[in-house]
Design a protein around this ligand. Structure first.
Ligand code: NDP
Length: 341
């Protein structure tokens, strides 16, 4: 049995989802209430592969909200993540994806030190960040869509916002090794980490976002920002492909501008309907029966293949080989990158 640890993308979102999930007592509550709410299993899932294999899973709502980070409720945020992990383990889930901010909080606040959660000693091999599959899917979205928009990779400048992150660095490695992309623009705040990445790649220009945006044919957004940034689309090239892989979304405004194409990044579409109700209720996908976050799909793939191991773990260790490996089983079981706007 696999698991997905998820969270909603704002307090407002959480309140509306709580009502639809049948928890009216959560629906009118503020942030303090969510800080003390325990994790819950809120959905049972069956996924059928195109090979005919069927697997069962559970969705664990951690009750974490990005506002907890924005308002410095760090202890609440970290408790949400380890409590959700303990809950998943207690229910016998063999491999569970840490969706969205869960893995970022786990890493940034060194939660491997908090292995004992009341009576449960967390077995980290039961968890995966899902970032290898997410990075792979973003790269395939980029490779497949750019030519359709008239962007030739061999002449293209690709800016990666969040380049030094776990997903961002993996995207850079893939673009460097598996494509003939002309130029990489590396964007993040910490200069030392940017320089280390530039050295590892042996290429790439370190830049501020404002400087990079007008030069980029493609922008990959994978920065861990609790709230999106507002950008003026008039400063972008035409055509320009923006792949927003953030959760919550990195782009704060809905962009509608000629020649500017915004794609939901790190999203896969399954070939068959998934038997679940959670995606419909959270209302984040056009086709909730088939579309999902690539990190969630990673735990499904590990369950299909019985790779009960933390396939994606730690930070900045994702290799191109592992991206190819998860990519192969992704195709085998009927997942494909979302390519529609
Ligand atoms: P990491 O924490 O590993 O990396 C975040 C990166 O963003 C770092 O390079 C960081 O560098 C940079 N960053 C953070 N804030 C800013 C800022 N204000 N401006 C510029 N750069 C910034 O995160 P992950 O790689 O694990 O995740 C990235 C995003 O992908 C998150 O939004 C996450 O929720 C989402 N995600 C999506 C998934 C999916 O299935 N679609 C799955 C998993 C994650 P620095 O701190 O130096 O600025």
């Amino acid at each position: 049995m696999f698991g997905l640890i998820g969270h909603l993308n704002s307090l407002e979102h959480a309140q509306s989802v709580a009502r639809d999930l049948g928890y009216p007592e959560y629906a009118d509550q503020g942030l303090d209430f969510w800080c003390s709410a325990p994790p819950q299993i809120v959905d049972e899932i069956t996924v059928t592969s195109i090979t005919g294999q069927k697997i069962e899973g559970r969705y664990v709502e951690s009750c974490f909200l990005p506002e907890m980070l924005a308002t410095r409720r760090i202890k609440a945020a970290t408790r949400k993540v380890v409590n959700a992990m303990a809950h998943a383990q207690k229910h016998g889930l063999k491999i569970t994806a840490l969706g969205g901010f869960s893995s970022i909080i786990f890493e940034n606040f060194n939660l491997q030190q908090l292995q004992q959660v009341r009576t449960i000693k967390l077995e980290f091999e039961r968890f995966t960040t899902g970032n290898t599959h997410t990075a792979y899917i973003i790269c395939r979205q980029l490779e497949q869509l750019a030519p359709q928009l008239g962007i030739e990779l061999s002449k293209a400048t690709v800016a990666i916002c969040g380049a030094t992150g776990d997903i961002g660095s993996a995207v850079c490695r893939w673009l460097d090794a598996r494509t003939d992309v002309a130029e990489l623009l590396l964007i993040a705040r910490d200069r030392d980490r940017l320089q280390a990445l530039q050295e590892e790649l042996g290429r790439g220009k370190i830049m501020q976002l404002e400087e990079a945006l007008p030069q980029a044919d493609i922008v990959v957004w994978v920065a861990s920002m609790p709230k999106g940034v507002e950008i003026d689309p008039a400063q972008l090239k035409q055509p320009c492909l923006l792949i927003d892989g953030g959760y919550p979304k990195n782009l704060g405004n809905q962009i509608q501008h000629p020649g500017v194409y915004v794609l939901k990044g790190g999203i896969v579409e399954h070939s068959l309907d998934i038997d679940w109700r959670i995606m419909k209720i959270v209302n984040l996908m056009e086709m909730p029966a088939r579309q999902l976050f690539a990190c969630f799909a990673e735990s499904m793939l590990l369950e299909f293949e019985k790779w009960h191991t933390n396939f994606s773990w730690g930070r900045n260790q994702i290799t191109v080989e592992k991206m190819e490996m998860i990519g192969q089983v992704s195709l085998k079981h009927g997942f494909r990158p979302l390519l529609s706007f």
